[in-house]
Design a protein around this ligand. Structure first.
Ligand SMILES: [Zn+2]
Ligand SMILES: [Zn+2]
Length: 322
């Protein structure tokens, strides 16, 4: 048996970890279990610095192929023989140093469906960076600082790269991941950390500044402090920005649709490239996306459907690949 991104440790032949986002990792329990972990070198290293021990992970194994999924640095899908492809999280779009995912051929495809509804179609990246630069310039002229926010791992590194022409201040948790990226060959300009800037009194000067920080709600104590002390405005970068209520829900000043996942059209394109006989969807709009795929003539259903899960487990039982 193979466990795919399990949320707890499972006694099985192989455990595949697609990437180092915490919803795809689990802490090692006290009980010793027997399993061979499969993960990319980057995933093992990033996970380790976040307190998840994948030290004994194999980066390759006969019968398996780890395929780049373009989601974050080191993210991989798992191709089992030529039969089954599991995507983990996936992006088909080039973004700064991230290359688009390649879809292998497989008869069974297990694909994430986070944004699997037709209204989730993202604008080109150039549109997002243009609008953002415009806001930053306008604020700069008014002497107002701007905080660019995205998930600490993945999105914040893209923001660091895409907006490096502004003298960036980097929130400390982001700086830590930035330095791992640099170590792994994605050179990100240093900038100074938030703590350093505070210490040196750089934030309080009249000159406006631009910071890269984790995605936080406007009610977060740090954001409140930045607003009260410096009048900073916030821009959140996420695919959920497509929904009109997201900005209010999060209490952000601006939101930009920039995602490390496929939008709806890209998900459909990914399935078409794979040309599977059977598709299982998981995450987000799994049911809706499976329904859409059925309309396109695919045999598709969500994994969380009991029957679907059983079949996936059956397909993934190692016996069929020996
Ligand atoms: Zn992820
Ligand atoms: Zn995920």
């Amino acid at each position: 048996m193979i466990a795919l991104d399990p949320s707890h440790q499972v006694d099985c032949d192989f455990t595949f970890v697609s990437h180092a986002h915490v919803d795809h990792l689990h802490k090692r329990g006290k009980k010793k279990i027997n399993t061979q972990v499969l993960a990319s070198i980057e995933t093992a290293l990033i996970a380790q610095t976040r307190g998840y021990d994948l030290a004994c992970a194999a980066h390759e194994h006969e019968g398996f192929q780890l395929v780049d999924t373009g989601h974050i640095l080191g993210s991989r899908g798992l191709l089992i023989g030529d039969d089954v492809y599991y995507t983990g999280d996936i992006s088909m779009r080039e973004r700064a140093f991230m290359k688009p995912a390649k879809m292998p051929r497989a008869s069974t495809l297990i694909i994430e469906s986070t944004f699997g509804r037709p209204e989730y179609v993202f604008p080109p990246l150039s549109e997002v960076t243009h609008s953002t630069n415009k806001i930053i310039s306008e604020m700069y002229d008014l002497g107002i600082p701007v905080i660019l926010m995205g998930y600490t791992l993945g999105k914040a590194q893209l923001l660091t790269k895409l907006f490096s022409h502004w003298d960036l201040i980097i929130y400390d948790a982001v700086a830590k991941i930035n330095s791992i990226y640099s170590e792994l060959g994605v050179k990100l300009s240093g900038g100074i950390t938030h703590k350093q800037a505070e210490r040196e009194g750089l934030l309080s000067k009249s000159r406006p500044w631009v910071m890269v920080a984790p995605l936080m709600s406007g009610r977060n104590a740090f954001v409140k402090e930045m607003k009260e002390k410096y009048g900073a405005v916030t821009i959140g970068f996420t695919g959920w920005a497509i929904g009109s209520r997201y900005r209010y829900m999060m209490g952000l000043d601006y939101v930009m649709p920039l995602s490390d996942h496929c939008d709806y059209k890209e998900l459909v394109a990914a399935v078409k490239q794979c040309r599977p006989d059977k598709v299982y969807t998981f995450h987000g709009f799994a049911k809706e996306f499976a329904d859409s795929l059925c309309e396109f003539g695919f045999d598709a259903e969500p994994v969380r459907n009991g029957q679907g899960r059983k079949e996936v487990e059956k397909t993934l039982s190692l016996d069929s690949f020996q």
